[in-house]
Design a protein around this ligand. Sequence first.
Ligand SMILES: Cc1cc2nc3c(=O)[nH]c(=O)nc-3n(C[C@H](O)[C@H](O)[C@H](O)COP(=O)(O)O)c2cc1C
Length: 327
Amino acid sequence: MIKTRLTEMFGVETPLVMGGMTGVGYAPLVAAVANAGALGFITAHHSQSAEELFAEIKKCRDLTDKPFGVNLTLLPSLNPIPYDEYRRAIIESGIKIVETAGRAPTDHLPDFKANGVKVIHKCTSVRHSVSAVKHGVDVISIDGFECAGHPGEDDIGLIVLLPATVDAVGDIPVIASGGMADGRSLMAALMLGAEGVNMGTRFMATKECAIHENVKRKIVENTERDTLLTNRTLRNTSRVARNAVSEEVVAIQQDPTKTIEDVRHLVAGSRGRANVLGEGDTDGGIWTVGQSQGLIHDIPTCKELVQNIMRQAEQVAERRLKLGIAA
Ligand SMILES: Cc1cc2nc3c(=O)[nH]c(=O)nc-3n(C[C@H](O)[C@H](O)[C@H](O)COP(=O)(O)O)c2cc1C
């Protein structure tokens, strides 16, 4: 048993978290993660309204009596996203844990605080962590350059970013995110001052994840070198799988004068979700994945995954710490 401030704060058995994932973080997977003893997040913006989010939360509750949360990804969007409605659904459903990302959730915090909802804010730099803490978030989840999705523009790997964040945020618990995949990652993160680890890519390659089997197999096949950074020139960098479409985007963006209009048809999330996650054509669009795919060699159930990670973490502690590092 590894107890940390995270397990204590949220009443979960293990210090393992599955962050929000567009196209992936639906109720059945979140419930499987919760039942395995980890903390999963429903991705709010799959829902078009408060009613849909209420229904998604209820669906998850019907599948687990363990704690879980909701991810609010606060990004500018062409189609307005009903964030205030989501907040209402979260609070009225009795959800007590929210993961925010995209920008500091300043406008949502007073309501969450008044209703006893704890906020884990996920960001990609020390300065954004410090600022979010000043605004009153409860936990920082710090996403290193290795991560799937948006690693920010600073390119700082987690081995530096994590302890730098721990040092900067005082007594606020920190979660290590990006590149985490196994028991070794967990122990390393705890040694660097984290209270737990957040994983996205690793939970994609699980039996309960409702993406196409081809994508899970591709994650297992891929190495740590099989991601690319798109939209760098637009200062909206995304780490995605290396495939025909992401290579085309990167080639177009070699020319820094190209705008989003030059790549919109290629980078559309809806195309990736339909063709790749839905149909299993791994070259059919952009899909999000992290460097941690180089550490993923199996497709277990969530329960097996959590058990394997915790068992390996204990073995690492036993062999590498108790018996001396050189053993
Ligand atoms: C397919 C996919 C979709 C994601 N979508 C979101 C999202 O909508 N909002 C968010 O905050 N993070 C999103 N993430 C990031 C994860 O929550 C997590 O921070 C990240 O995957 C950690 O890095 P890792 O993949 O190396 O474990 C996504 C990740 C993946 C793999």
